[in-house]
Design a protein around this ligand. Structure first.
Ligand code: ZN
Length: 159
């Protein structure tokens, strides 16, 4: 039996192929557990919840249903195709948000001021975007609060 870790490691997959592989292994391991709560804890709830993990769970369910003869192969393939499209959309959103955050952070670096307001070019639509960085030591999770938004495409982030 694997030991439960005290901290959660995020699920890191950059392609749907990689996601399917991890999901297949999780569903395969579940056969022995009878897909019980302990199995779920070890193979799904071991990741901090995110949109990606939510999608991952749905892929695991497709394999699980297939292993349990609840769905036919063609049905499973069709569901996986749908989930792959969702994954691609999700990846695009995550990718463009990462670029946006990077551009905001670079703007702060260039300004030479640790806190305050900066303007930068949105990497998604090339409009002017604004970011603000505040010192918030009283905040229990973030001693620095960053907010950034683009009026052009509506991309927004906060930490
Ligand atoms: Zn934009």
């Amino acid at each position: 039996m694997k030991k439960q870790k005290t901290f959660l490691k995020p699920l890191r997959v950059s392609t749907f192929f990689a996601l399917k592989k991890v999901a297949y292994q999780a569903a395969f391991a579940g056969k022995e557990y009878g897909y019980n709560a302990e199995w779920k804890k070890l193979y799904i709830e071991c990741y901090p919840p995110s949109s990606l993990v939510f999608l991952f769970e749905r892929v695991v369910t497709v394999y699980k249903d297939f292993f349990q003869n609840a769905i036919k192969k063609e049905e499973g393939m069709r569901l996986l195709q749908e989930l792959e499209e969702k994954f691609e959309r999700l990846n695009t959103v995550i990718g463009s948000t990462m670029d946006f955050i990077k551009a905001a952070e670079e703007a702060f670096e260039n300004s030479g001021e640790p806190f305050g307001k900066v303007e930068f070019n949105c990497p998604n639509c090339y409009s002017k975007a604004k970011a603000i960085r505040l010192s918030t030591p009283e905040n229990p999770t973030h001693s620095v609060t960053i907010r950034a938004a683009c009026n052009g495409c509506g991309t927004a982030m906060m930490n």
